[in-house]
Design a protein around this ligand. Structure first.
Ligand SMILES: [Fe+2]
Length: 267
C-alpha cells in the first residue's frame, strides 16, 4: 500500500489538454501535491472520440516521461503514471482494449459525464463495461446539472459495481452550493469511494483546493473517512483490487453522539 495519498484525477501533464500549460507549472503543481500528502499521481488527460488516436497516447506518454525526469531532477518526491479521463460515448468499451485507456494501464476507466445532462444510455453503457469485465469510475457525478433527478440512476450504477469519485472543489464549495450538497449527499449515503484533485493548474483549480477539501472531510466526517477516500481506496483501485473498495461510512459527529460517547467513556 502506498504511504501517501494517490490522486488519479488531474491534468498535470503539460501541453496535452486544458490542464498545465508548461513543465514549470506541472512542477509547481507537483510541489503543491506533495505538500497535500500525495505520493503518487495517475494523470487523467482528457480523452474523447476525437482524440482517440495512438498519436495522442504517444504525446501524453512523451510529456509524462519528460515530467517524471524533471521531477527527479528537481527532487520532488512524487511519480506520475498514465491514465485518462474519458468522455462518455456510446459503445466505448470495445475500444478500451485497443487503446489501453485505463488508469495505470489497468482495465479501470475514469468516465466523465456531460455537465449539462446525464445521457439516457448511461446505465446501458456502464453495463457494457461491466460485462466486458472493465471497472468504471464516474468522475465527479455531483457536478452534473441533473444530479438531483438522477440520484436513483447513480445508485443503480453503484449497485452494478460502478465506483464514484468526488472532486475536491465540490467539497470546498468551489462549484456552488448545489454541487457541494450533492457531494455531501453522496458521502452521507455511502455512495462515495474517492476524492481526487481534478487539478488543472496552480491557481483556483489546484492541489491547494485538494488539501482544503481533505481538511473539511476530516473535520466533518472523521480522519478515517479522509484516509479511505484518498489513500486506502485509491490504492486498491490502482492495483485492480476493486473488490476490496468500500464506500466510506461517515463518523457520527452529532452533539448527541458526542455526549453519549463522552458518558460511555465514564467521564
Ligand atoms: Fe478532469
Amino acid at each position: 500500500m502506498s504511504e501517501g495519498r494517490i490522486d488519479f484525477h488531474n491534468h498535470i501533464i503539460p501541453d496535452v489538454d486544458d490542464g498545465s500549460k508548461s513543465i514549470e507549472e506541472s512542477l509547481e503543481m507537483a510541489r503543491q501535491a506533495v505538500d497535500a500528502g500525495v505520493s503518487l499521481i495517475i494523470c487523467s488527460s482528457h480523452l474523447n472520440r476525437r482524440t482517440w488516436l495512438p498519436e495522442y497516447d504517444a504525446k501524453v506518454t512523451q510529456s509524462m516521461d519528460a515530467l517524471n525526469k524533471a521531477l527527479e531532477n528537481a527532487s520532488i518526491p512524487v511519480t506520475v503514471k498514465k491514465g485518462y479521463e474519458i468522455a462518455i460515448d456510446r459503445h466505448l468499451s470495445p475500444l478500451q482494449s485497443v487503446f489501453h485507456g485505463g488508469l495505470n494501464q489497468l482495465p479501470v476507466f475514469l468516465i466523465e459525464l456531460p455537465m449539462m445532462g446525464t445521457p439516457l444510455y448511461m446505465l446501458s453503457e456502464f453495463f457494457e463495461f461491466h460485462v466486458n469485465k472493465f471497472q468504471v469510475v464516474i468522475a465527479h457525478p455531483e457536478r452534473c446539472i441533473d444530479f438531483e433527478s438522477k440520484k436513483e440512476e447513480f445508485q443503480r450504477a453503484i449497485e452494478m459495481g460502478v465506483l464514484i469519485q468526488l472532486d475536491a472543489g465540490s467539497i470546498t464549495g468551489q462549484f456552488g452550493r448545489k454541487v457541494k450538497l450533492a457531494a455531501e449527499w453522496l458521502i452521507k449515503n455511502k455512495a462515495a469511494h474517492f476524492i481526487c484533485s481534478d487539478a488543472h493548474s496552480t491557481g483556483s483549480r489546484s492541489y491547494l483546493v485538494y488539501k482544503e477539501a481533505i481538511q473539511i472531510v476530516t473535520e466533518k466526517y472523521g480522519h478515517s473517512v479522509a484516509e479511505n477516500l484518498t489513500i486506502t481506496n485509491p490504492s486498491f483501485l490502482i492495483k485492480n483490487e476493486t473488490s476490496k473498495i468500500a464506500p466510506v461510512i461517515p463518523e457520527d459527529k452529532s452533539l448527541l453522539s458526542r455526549i453519549i460517547g463522552w458518558k460511555s467513556k465514564g467521564n
